[in-house]
Design a protein around this ligand. Sequence first.
Ligand code: PLP
Length: 388
Amino acid sequence: MVLKEETMRPDTLLVHAGEPHPRIEGAVAMPIFQSATFQTTDDRGYHDIRYARLSNTPNHVALHAKIAALEGTETALVAASGMAAISAALLSVLKTGDHLLAHKTLYGGTHDLITRDFVRLGIETTFVDADVPQTWERHLRPNTRAIYVETLTNPLLDVGDLEGAARFAKAHDLVSLIDNTFASPLGFRPVSVGFDLVLHSATKYLNGHSDLIAGAIAGSARRIEAAKHTLDHLGGSLDPHACFLLHRGLKTLGLRWRHQTASALRIARFLAEHPAIGRVNHPGLPSHPQHDRARRLLPAGTGGMLSFEMRGGRDAAERFLSRVKVPINAPSLGGTESLVTRPAATSHAGLSPEERKAAGIGDGLVRLSVGIEDPEDLIDDLRQALPE
Ligand code: PLP
């Protein structure tokens, strides 16, 4: 039986999809083509030139095919960062005078991009609650072009009505975009519910080793061509060496993600029982407001992210952070090392205390990105760092 990519499971795709055939000089690992430019040949015209900024080196081509196979899209495009991917994708869809609907709790960089830079470009945004689709229609304007959501919100891990958002976009002729960073394609494949463009900070789970900054966009050939046109001109291409690292990191995504997903759930259950903890945010817990939806949309699990509110507020959270030994106090997520942060002092420090309160982010909230360590060691460490 010849295995075809269409029938391969994610772990096999991660290793084999997009690999060059025949292998280059027989190399099992993808070689790095660290060349800015490539020799012009007779059969290639000016528009076919190969130049690293145009994201068309062999390293880019292989990665695009691998990510597209994972997300189940026609094609994909890597970028120099998650923000390069997000800005290029949005700017390929929106122009001056357009209006965007966006989920109200977006990643801070995306929020700032659309509320500051896009306003200067004459692109307006209305924030909506991704959990309440009945409210979206009244925010539509004749110039509304797109809707933008995230699979799992930061730091509360809410799961909006993602099917509803994709359906709403189709019904109103909008382009639907989703940041799938937190779930990774192993947790959720947005095109399966009808999203047009899928975005990733590949800095997180896709690469998984906290050693590079990268982004990705997946979608139809037509939409990716438009995004590539924008990315080419903004100059946000990924360097071939970083392509190589991302390519290598991707191969182990399945192993890492399943371990992190199982550990995070175990840790969430431990924390939920601990008297020093007020609330644990993890979609796998029945107490999570969208537990049933998460189980239906992300049946394999939701990845390694969770957050929890310390009963003693800010001081208790700071004491915990100073005592914890295995997780590193650092922003970002999805890597091999567990990372902890206090969102009120880091990712959400730019909000006023009232805005944070309204968003459900207390001063005692701690966010944990579970790495690939042994979960029993993590639990032992959390136990010794928490008050009795
Ligand atoms: N999207 C999400 C959900 C993120 O958490 C981040 C970074 O933390 C980004 C996008 C931006 O990614 P990058 O830092 O790779 O530009």
